[in-house]
Design a protein. Structure first.
Length: 258
């Protein structure tokens, strides 16, 4: 399964430029096809120093494109702060525009190929074709990955024998303090040693920190449904939950012979 999630909101980030690594815009990057490659560092924000200036205007105003490379399946947040004179947008690698806005913060899911393209232009040029009314000059583009956990792992065990349960199907649920647990976030099959591991949800997206629950078994599997207690996993944390015990369904009662 694949999905692409995009959202825009005004001033959603508080950007700490002073402590973030800096990179410099490099021309020519005035079209999607000539986008400047930018490697996003792990677990930190990157700030790009750029400029929309007349010397690079084509045909009327300057546009800057950046190919943002990250670990596929991560959400990338990009922002120019509250600049009302600057438009920002995102494109897929075929240069199809996915979203755009003015004075905004955006968030987009990096596909399995590992790259999206982010563009910066004059506020009047939301098509990013160099047809704005002015060149706003210097800007800073802040880029960061959304926080994610390391992993959730454990071992499925047959409660009757105490031995690992090979190939058990295990479900990971997202939970919330006030409304309980939601439908399945992801599922996986344990290996031949009963061991299972979650790093991404059912759509291949990195799992964010939060509350979770594990479930397994059910009537069709030959085992009664087993549910773990709720547990929390923080950003970059890898948690081994230990053993998840599954109890075999009772044997059906045999009918006495006539």
């Amino acid at each position: 399964m694949r999905r692409l999630v995009c959202s825009l909101g005004t001033a959603l980030l508080s950007i700490g430029f002073a402590s973030a690594p800096l990179a410099q815009e490099t021309e020519p990057n005035g079209s999607c096809l000539t986008a400047q490659d930018v490697e996003l560092p792990v677990d930190t924000e990157l700030v790009l120093d750029g400029a929309l200036d007349q010397k690079n205007a084509d045909p009327t105003t300057d546009v800057d494109f950046f190919r943002i490379r990250s670990n596929g399946g991560a959400f990338v947040t990009f922002s120019v702060g509250e600049r009302r004179d600057v438009a920002i947008g995102a494109f897929d690698e075929s240069c199809k525009k996915l979203l755009s806005g003015v004075g905004t913060t955006g968030q987009i899911l990096v596909p399995p190929s590992g790259a999206v393209i982010v563009a910066v232009a004059d506020a009047g040029d939301t098509d990013f074709l160099g047809r704005g009314s002015k060149n706003p000059g210097a800007y800073q583009l802040a880029l960061s990955e959304a926080p994610s956990i390391g992993s959730i792992s454990g071992t499925a065990v047959n409660a009757a024998t105490g031995k690992p349960l090979p190939f058990a199907i295990v479900f990971l649920d997202a939970c919330f303090e006030s409304i309980g647990c939601s439908p399945v976030l992801s599922l996986t099959q344990a290996d031949e040693l009963g061991q299972f591991r979650f790093e991404r949800d059912a759509f291949g997206t990195k799992i964010g920190p939060g509350l979770f629950r594990l479930t397994a078994g059910g009537k069709a599997t030959g085992f009664q449904a087993a549910t773990s207690v709720r547990f929390r996993v923080d950003e970059r944390e890898s948690l081994d939950v230990g053993e998840l015990f599954l109890t075999p369904n009772p044997a059906p009662c045999s009918q006495p012979a006539n």
